[in-house]
Ligand binder design. Structure first.
Ligand code: GLU
Length: 485
C-alpha cells in the first residue's frame, strides 16, 4: 500500500492525438483531475503531437472537446508538445556534452545482425554490452564526414526501482535496462526525451498514466536523474479489458468517449462508471456524482487489477442519470440528438414538457429523442404486427370513436378531465380499463410504452389527438384480423 499522498500536486494528462479519446485515456484523465481536485495544485493538459505522421489536428480538437464534454477541468494548457522540441533537443545536447549520451552510428542492419547472433548463442541482447563504444577520434571523424547517427542515452549501470503509487515497488534489474535513443537520425527527439523534458519544465509532481508505460518508466527515471531533476511520483493504472478479457478494443464494441456519446450516454454516467473501474470509495456506493467522487477520492484506493468494461452497468448508471439530471442540462445534451431526429426547431415549451415527462423513462438520449418525436409529428405510421391485438377486436373502433367524441367535447382538456372521461366511458361500457387505455395510447403515440397515458394525452394536444384517433380508427377498420388470423 502506497504512503499517503499529500498536495498540492501538479499532474498532467498527456494524450497523443492519434485517434479518438479512448475510455482508458479518459479514465487516466479522470484520476488526474480527481487527484488535483482532492489535493489542490494544477491539472495540465499536454497534447503529445510530436509524431507528425500519426498525429492529427482534428484529433487534437476532438480530444479537447471530449474531455470538456466529460466535464474534466484543466488548469493549464492545452499545450502542444511540438512547441517544445527545441528545448528537448537542447537537453540532448547537454547530455551529450556531459557524456551522459553518445552518438551511435550503427545501422539498423548492423544492430539486427548482432542481435540475431547474440540471441542465436542463447544470450540476451543489450545494445550496451553488444558493442564497444568507438574511440572518440572515430566519432569526431564520422561526425565531420556527416555520417548519419542517432543519439543514445547512457543508462546507468544499476537496477532501478519504480516506487509505484498503484503497484508498489517494481524492480527493473540492471540487465533489463539498455541505452536507448533520445534523438533520431533526423535530429527529432523521441517520446522518452520529450516526455521527461516536459514533465520537468512543467514541474509535474505525479505521473499517473496507463500500465502500458510502466516499462518506459525506468528509462524516464534515468533521464530525470541525468538532467538533475527531482523525480515525480509514478502511478501506473491497469488496463481496461473487454468482455473477452483482452485489452478493450473494437472487437467487443465501443472504445472511445465519442462512441459512447453518440450512443446517448450522459457524460456524468461515463465519468462515474470509468472512475469506479479501477478505484473504489471503500464502501458500497456506486452512483456518485463528480462532487462526491472528488470528496471521496484518494489515490491509495486505486486498484491493481484490470477492470473489465461492463457495458450493461454503464447503461444502468446512465438510466439513473437520465432520471436525476436537471431538465436544462438534459436539454443541452439532447440538442444534437434532436437535430438528428429533425426536431431542432421543435416548440421549446412543448419540448421542455415532454422531455421532462420522458427523461426518466429513457435509457439514453437516443431513446429519449426517439420517444418524444411523435409529439411533433403531423401523423403516425401504425405498424400491422404491433397492432394485431387491437385489430382482433371488432368493437374497438366504435369504442374509440365514442371516446374521441367525448374528448372533443370536453370543456378543459387536462390530465384529470381526459382520465375522468375515459373512466366514465369504461363504466358505461362495462369493460376493463385496459380495453381502452392500451389502444388509446397506441393511437395517440404510436407506441406501447411511455409515460402514464393521461400525462401523454395533453402534450399530444386535442386537435392532433383527434386526427390520430381518426387515423387509427380508419387503420383498424381497414385492417381487421380475420378469425383465421
Ligand atoms: N502520450 C502518451 C500516450 O498517449 C502518454 C505519455 C505519458 O502519459 O507519459 O500514451
Amino acid at each position: 500500500m502506497a504512503s499517503q499522498l499529500t498536495g498540492p500536486v501538479r499532474v498532467r494528462f498527456a494524450p497523443s492525438p492519434t485517434g479518438f479519446l479512448h475510455v482508458g485515456g479518459a479514465r487516466t484523465a479522470i484520476y488526474n483531475e480527481l487527484l488535483r481536485k482532492s489535493l489542490g495544485g494544477a491539472h495540465i493538459l499536454r497534447i503529445e503531437d510530436t509524431d507528425k505522421e500519426r498525429s492529427d489536428d482534428a484529433m487534437t480538437r476532438q480530444i479537447i472537446e471530449a474531455l470538456a464534454w466529460l466535464g474534466i477541468e484543466v488548469d493549464e494548457g492545452p499545450f502542444l508538445q511540438s512547441a517544445n522540441l527545441q528545448d528537448h533537443t537542447a537537453a540532448a545536447q547537454r547530455l551529450l556534452a556531459e557524456d551522459k549520451a553518445y552518438h551511435c552510428f550503427r545501422t539498423a542492419e548492423e544492430l539486427d545482425e548482432k542481435r540475431k547472433e547474440i540471441l542465436g548463442r542463447g544470450d540476451s541482447y543489450r545494445y550496451k554490452t553488444a558493442f564497444d563504444p568507438p574511440p572518440r577520434e572515430e566519432v569526431e571523424r564520422r561526425l565531420e564526414a556527416g555520417e548519419p547517427y542517432v543519439v543514445r542515452f547512457r543508462m546507468p549501470d544499476e537496477a532501478i526501482v519504480v516506487e509505484d503509487i498503484v503497484r508498489g515497488d517494481v524492480h527493473f534489474p540492471e540487465e533489463s535496462l539498455d541505452d536507448f535513443i533520445i534523438l533520431r537520425s533526423d535530429r527529432t527527439p523521441t517520446y522518452h526525451l520529450s516526455v521527461v523534458c516536459d514533465d520537468i519544465s512543467m514541474g509535474v509532481t505525479h505521473v499517473i498514466r496507463g500500465e502500458d508505460h510502466l516499462s518506459n518508466t525506468p528509462k524516464h527515471i534515468g533521464l530525470f536523474r541525468a538532467l538533475g531533476a527531482d523525480l515525480p511520483r509514478f502511478g501506473h493504472l491497469p488496463l481496461i479489458l473487454g468482455a473477452d478479457k483482452k485489452r478493450l478494443s473494437k472487437r467487443t464494441g465501443a472504445t472511445s468517449v465519442e462512441e459512447f456519446r453518440a450512443q446517448g450516454i450522459l457524460p456524468q454516467a461515463l465519468y462515474n462508471y470509468l472512475c469506479l473501474l479501477g478505484w473504489s470509495p471503500g464502501d458500497d456506493r456506486e452512483l456518485m456524482d463528480r462532487a462526491e467522487l472528488i470528496e471521496a477520492f484518494t489515490a491509495e484506493r486505486l486498484g491493481k487489477t484490470h477492470g473489465v468494461f461492463d457495458v450493461d452497468k454503464l447503461k444502468w448508471m446512465n438510466s439513473h442519470y437520465m432520471a436525476s439530471t436537471p431538465l436544462d442540462e438534459i436539454l443541452e445534451h439532447l440538442a444534437p440528438f434532436l437535430e438528428e431526429a429533425g426536431l431542432a426547431d421543435a416548440d421549446p415549451e412543448l419540448l421542455r414538457h415532454v422531455v421532462e415527462l420522458h427523461q426518466g423513462r429513457s435509457k439514453n438520449l437516443v431513446e429519449l429523442a426517439e420517444g418524444i418525436r411523435h409529439y411533433f409529428q403531423e401523423s403516425l405510421e401504425y405498424d400491422l404486427e404491433a397492432t394485431k391485438k387491437f385489430r382482433k377486436q371488432p368493437e374497438l373502433p366504435e369504442m374509440l370513436e365514442t371516446l374521441a367524441t367525448r374528448y372533443a367535447e370536453l370543456d378543459d382538456y387536462t390530465v384529470e378531465s381526459t382520465e375522468k372521461a375515459m373512466r366514465d366511458l369504461i363504466a358505461e361500457l362495462d369493460v376493463k380499463l385496459g380495453v381502452l387505455i392500451h389502444p388509446t395510447r397506441f393511437a395517440l403515440s404510436g407506441s406501447k410504452a411511455g409515460p402514464p397515458l393521461f400525462d401523454l394525452v395533453v402534450p399530444v394536444g386535442r386537435e392532433r389527438g383527434q386526427r390520430r384517433f381518426a387515423d387509427f380508427i380508419r387503420f383498424l377498420r381497414e385492417n381487421p384480423v380475420t378469425p383465421e388470423g
